[in-house]
Design a protein around this ligand. Structure first.
Ligand SMILES: [Zn+2]
Length: 304
């Protein structure tokens, strides 16, 4: 939308909206179809596949928590103008199905066909853990789904999307190899990854770590005394040298675990959101490499 004086903004926006819908079935004024993703990680993956032929945006901003997000009326209007909404699925965005239904927007689930790892503990035990993108190998399935969906949306660019998808799949494989090689240095008796949210089973599987957490998913985060006690017991029993927390939640309960056990606070990990462009993880590939480096440094160089 162009910048307009505030007073006439509302009326003119409606006029522009009507014109845009009438002219190009919801496409932007620059002619590119609009793809709306639920969070920044997915937007970056989608933009790599789209390669500029589609206009890719994220509903949630960098640093905003995606699990319990409540779409605003402006978000619903945005979805009504979108040509496609992409969500992660696997229960990540409980709000996405109703949101796209309300907006009448077509929707594609990026994780379709992925074999989920079930949540192991707490109220959601047995449900799929939604954080499948934390395995770059699994993210290749997201790429395939996006290539197919984008090719349906803009068949004239299908070859472009396919080529971008192949190139990005190769980058995902390199990110996986970097992840495994960064974490290979962690000694066998220190390969326990302790985080606030249970967001790391896919990464832990790929890297040969075990994962432990305070709460299973951020939508129900609470860090009850029982959850804290459970993690404290594990850290003591396993001699875990360092514990971690994620960028979109408070690290206070994990700092409590560190203080109670003498483990180091190993740093901030990124899962549910990219950073701003000038931050530590402006892209998904940066996010994977940043987390691998942070975990490896803290678990190999720990104080114990
Ligand atoms: Zn999460």
């Amino acid at each position: 939308m162009p910048q307009l004086p505030r007073v006439v903004g509302a009326i003119t926006s409606i006029a522009l909206l009507t014109a845009a819908c009438g002219a190009a079935g919801g496409a932007t004024s620059d002619g590119r179809p609009v793809v709306l993703t639920t969070f920044t990680v997915l937007a970056d993956i989608a933009a790599n596949v789209a390669g500029g032929r589609l206009r890719v945006e994220s509903i949630t901003r960098p640093g905003v928590e995606v699990h319990g997000y409540e779409p605003t009326p402006a978000d619903v209007k945005k979805a009504a103008r979108a040509d496609l909404v992409v969500d992660n699925g696997l229960g990540l965005e409980a709000w996405a199905a109703k949101y796209t239904e309300d907006a009448g927007a077509p929707r594609v689930v990026a994780s379709a066909g992925v074999t989920p790892i079930p949540i192991s503990e707490d109220a959601r035990a047995g449900e799929p853990n939604p954080h499948a993108w934390m395995s770059p190998l699994t993210t290749r399935a997201y790429v395939d789904n996006l290539v197919a969906a984008f090719s349906d949306l803009a068949p004239e660019h299908a070859g472009h999307f396919r080529a971008n998808g192949e190139r990005y799949r190769a980058e995902l494989l390199r990110a996986h190899e970097d992840l495994v090689s960064a974490l290979r240095a962690v000694p066998d008796d220190r390969r326990s990854l302790v985080t606030c949210e249970g967001a790391f089973p896919y990464l832990a599987r790929d890297a040969g770590l075990t994962d432990h957490y305070l709460w299973a998913v951020n939508a129900e985060r609470q860090a009850t005394p029982r959850q804290v006690a459970r993690v404290v017991d594990h850290v003591r029993a396993a001699g875990v040298p360092a514990v971690f927390c994620e960028s979109t939640v408070s690290d206070a309960p994990m700092r409590q675990v560190a203080a109670a056990t003498g483990a180091a606070f190993g740093g901030v990990l990124h899962v549910d959101s990219l950073s701003e462009p000038d931050g530590p993880v402006p892209t998904y590939l940066d996010l994977i490499r940043h987390d691998a480096r942070t975990i490896a440094a803290a678990l190999t160089g720990g104080a114990r």
